[in-house]
Design a protein around this ligand. Structure first.
Ligand SMILES: C[S@@+](CC[C@H](N)C(=O)[O-])C[C@H]1O[C@@H](n2cnc3c(N)ncnc32)[C@H](O)[C@@H]1O
Length: 339
């Protein structure tokens, strides 16, 4: 259980943590029911509880996923000595989420897992306000980790929007776990150990790093900066980020070299009719004049926009990582600026 708590508390890029409860042969509903009922449900669920069951079936005699889900709900209820109420798992719905059980049938072999996280882990609890096209917090943390940022050199995001990249950067630099101020599904389990959870929180607070590098975040939109500051305050890192409302052309980086990690507008979600080619050309010029020798990681859906940053900047990006942002395929261009 300590591992379950630690993973949910500390993982920066995972979406959820599943606990494997069992794996068994199930080629008929009776077999599925008998085996599933015997799993140790009482540690995690209570009779009468709302449960959602998500089922996938591949090359198995039990192929009707909804029927498998209903049978599993019956088996779970009987395993608990009562019944459970079968519900849909809808993270957008009002009110508490049902417990989520996942079943996967492949070649008549059934694997049962329980979601330990509840709301997806990108929901850290700090981002109530979001500007246009915010990044998922897990993706922002992923960009920082993939950029190779060492957590001790300066960091700059000149298109910060609601502040997701600099906030995740401050959490990384301080060594603070992203899940410290939210609830998790495991907190509702009958065997939840609040004292153990509290001790993990205290350990992580005690390990908070005292010194962090300059983290600079700017955006030309005053509303975005206000939201970013409110989000940073909720994340407990308001004092760790220097926010400025300014256009990218006005950016003044601290002595470096450091890292520029950013998600400029790229047309699909934020275009505003502006000339994106000019914006990228201007961004390239800022990097050339003000950030020589810095590292850069730029998230963008369109490689031709990266080319607009100028030959030298574009040639500096020697790695291109394929990612998905809000369902859109994007690439993270990573490199060290060779000028
Ligand atoms: C894709 S959004 C960034 C989203 C951000 N990563 C987040 O998680 O909220 C791009 C941002 O660039 C800003 N922007 C557009 N043109 C700009 C410019 N010339 N200078 C500075 N910021 C600009 C927009 O206001 C917008 O907030």
């Amino acid at each position: 259980m300590e591992t379950v708590y630690r993973l949910n508390l500390g993982l920066r890029t995972a979406s959820r943590v599943l606990l494997r409860l069992g794996e068994f042969h199930a080629a008929a509903f009776s077999e599925l029911h008998k085996r599933a009922r015997r799993l140790d449900w009482a540690r995690f669920l209570r009779p009468g509880q709302a449960v959602a069951v998500r089922v996938t079936c591949h090359q198995s005699r039990l192929y009707h996923s909804a029927a498998v889900g209903r049978e599993l709900a019956k088996a779970i209820g009987q395993g608990l000595g009562g019944e459970v109420s079968l519900q849909k798992f809808d993270p957008q719905a009002e009110g508490p989420l049902p417990a989520l059980v996942l079943a996967r049938l492949v070649d008549d072999q059934c694997t049962i897992s329980l979601d330990t996280s509840g709301e997806l882990l990108h929901r850290r609890g700090y981002r109530l306000a979001s500007a246009k096209a915010p990044l998922r917090e897990t993706l922002a943390a992923g960009l920082l980790l993939a950029s190779g940022w060492d957590g001790t050199s300066p960091l700059l995001d000149p298109f910060c929007g609601s502040g997701t990249i600099p906030i995740e950067a401050a959490l990384i630099a301080r060594g603070l776990p992203p899940g410290r101020s939210r609830r998790f599904a495991f907190m509702d389990w009958p065997d939840f150990d609040p004292a153990l959870w509290q001790s993990l929180l205290e350990q992580s607070a005690a390990a908070r790093r005292a010194e962090i590098p300059p983290i600079l975040a700017s955006d030309r939109d005053a509303g975005a900066i206000q939201m970013a500051q409110a989000n940073a305050a909720r994340a407990g890192v308001a004092g760790d980020i220097q926010f400025t409302c300014q256009a990218v052309s006005a950016v003044e980086p601290p002595p470096g070299p450091g890292w520029v990690v950013t998600n400029p507008p790229y047309g699909l979600r934020v275009s505003g009719g502006k000339d994106l080619r000019n914006l990228y050309a201007q961004f390239g010029k800022v990097l050339r004049l003000k950030c020589p020798g810095w590292h850069a990681a730029v998230l963008c859906s369109d490689p031709s926009l990266i080319a607009q940053m100028g030959h030298q900047a574009a040639a500096s990006f020697d790695t291109s990582l394929g990612l998905v942002n809000g369902g859109v395929p994007v690439r993270l261009a990573i490199g060290r600026l060779r000028f």
